[in-house]
Write a protein that binds this ligand. Sequence first.
Ligand SMILES: Nc1ncnc2c1ncn2[C@@H]1O[C@H](COP(=O)(O)OP(=O)(O)O)[C@@H](O)[C@H]1O
Ligand SMILES: [Mg+2]
Length: 266
Amino acid sequence: MVATRPGRDAVAATAGPALEVRGVTKRFGGLTAIREVSLRVEAGEVRGLIGPNGAGKTTLFDIISGLTPPTSGTVHLDGSDVTRQMPERRARSGVRRTFQRTQLYGRLSVEDNVLASMEWRGGGGGLVADLVAAPSRRRREAERRERATAVLEACGLADLRHRPAGSLPIGQARLVELARAIADRPRLLLLDEPTSGLSAQETERFGEQIQRLRSDGVAVLLVEHDVGFVMGQSDRVVVLNLGAVLAEGTPDEIQAHPEVRAAYLG
Ligand SMILES: Nc1ncnc2c1ncn2[C@@H]1O[C@H](COP(=O)(O)OP(=O)(O)O)[C@@H](O)[C@H]1O
Ligand SMILES: [Mg+2]
């Protein structure tokens, strides 16, 4: 038997890590917020990103998701240079993020927030299809609702589905953001301080979702102040200080790192 796997070889020839940041620098006027930062996250890996306030973590997320261009350096998704791609295009390639300050549609229900995150796939066919409710469109709509229901359940939000998102306390709002970010099966998920404001139980649920995504092959970049949480969730951790990478390694290596202890862990 000859085992040829052309599809797989073709992928291997073009694919790189889910995310690779190469030598990125970002200046705001006279301030260098990010200094020659390189890092990579493989599919199925959780990479922690820690560092004191102002270290540049959110700025790096903005650069990876395309909200702001780097001053120099490049961003690659699955081996393709996306440095000049718009955020919408990157989102279509599977980049999703949550925000340090949650960004939900406050007047929409929890369920509609999640459905809206899948809207861009569209029913297809436009107005005419709406009027005649083409079967393919109805099928897609049913699939979207099924997926939203499953994700709401996984995030512990099923009972809140009809509540306006704006009426929720911060912990639940963060879980809605997570539900929005994962409904569409991301390739790369950027989480910016996801557990701040969460109860112990919500934090545990959040952690379970992160590990589930990881085993589904999602690449996760996790910015987090709760050092215990980030060490428990991550395969490897990057430490940023004053915009530069101070250290990189396994959670054990990072916790034992003398400079990191001095600068950050105390
Ligand atoms: N749009 C901006 N204009 C000017 N300075 C900014 C801007 N965004 C961030 N900074 C600065 O860049 C540095 C890094 O900020 P940030 O990425 O938010 O850090 P972190 O998320 O690690 O707390 C800070 O000194 C911050 O004041
Ligand atoms: Mg930040």
